[in-house]
Design a protein around this ligand. Sequence first.
Ligand SMILES: Nc1ncnc2c1ncn2[C@@H]1O[C@H](COP(=O)(O)OP(=O)(O)OP(=O)(O)O)[C@@H](O)[C@H]1O
Length: 223
Amino acid sequence: MNNLHVDSITKSYNNKVVLSDVFLFCEKGEIKGLIGRNGSGKSTLLKIIFGTEKADSKFVKIGGKVIKNLSDGRNLINYLPQDSFLPNNISIKSLIYLFLDNKNRKVVLENEYVKPLLNKKKQNLSGGEIRIIEILLIIHSKAEFILLDEPFNGVSPIVKEYIVKYIKKLKLTKGYIITDHDYENVINLADSIVYLQNGFLKQINEESELIELGYITKNYLQH
Ligand SMILES: Nc1ncnc2c1ncn2[C@@H]1O[C@H](COP(=O)(O)OP(=O)(O)OP(=O)(O)O)[C@@H](O)[C@H]1O
């Protein structure tokens, strides 16, 4: 299954159009950055692709398989939601056993950030600690296409750098769509960038286009 093909996505909430005939393509080994202002519809788009949000119309295909709902995409596509999905009252070690197969379990259990947290439960972890565990669980799931919704939220700079390197190292085996307001890290990570505005996706070729689109100011680019 070498590519994720997303087409004809439309979605309105209470007569307000959020997504209007959106097309998106991602190949295995590719990292696509999805950016846009608050409320532009990035999370809605990812949830529709994954299957947890209903669209007014949609076409999602992975390789030759059309994905009509969550269960069609099982083991093919996975989604890191903006809000934490880990349950309380279960140790991190048990969660790793629950979520991952043998091979991937081993890698995550041995991870330097995870190891000290194995016997803790979610309610005893910091926001950033929870986030890195969630990212690793999703990245190491069986899915071939990974949708990451604000993975860097609440994560300290050194861990962000670690995540960027980690995903780059693993990127050949999967395709990624990543959205985050830490756009510098998204740009650093992504092979190509798309910008969501007024329901439409636009391919970004130069960072300066983001000034014209009103996403950043000139000052921001001079940092
Ligand atoms: N369940 C819902 N009911 C009604 N409106 C919704 C619902 N979910 C999202 N919206 C609206 O749809 C628009 C897109 O929301 P979405 O969360 O997809 O944006 P986003 O680009 O991910 O925003 P942010 O960057 O702030 O996380 C917003 O105007 C939001 O208010």
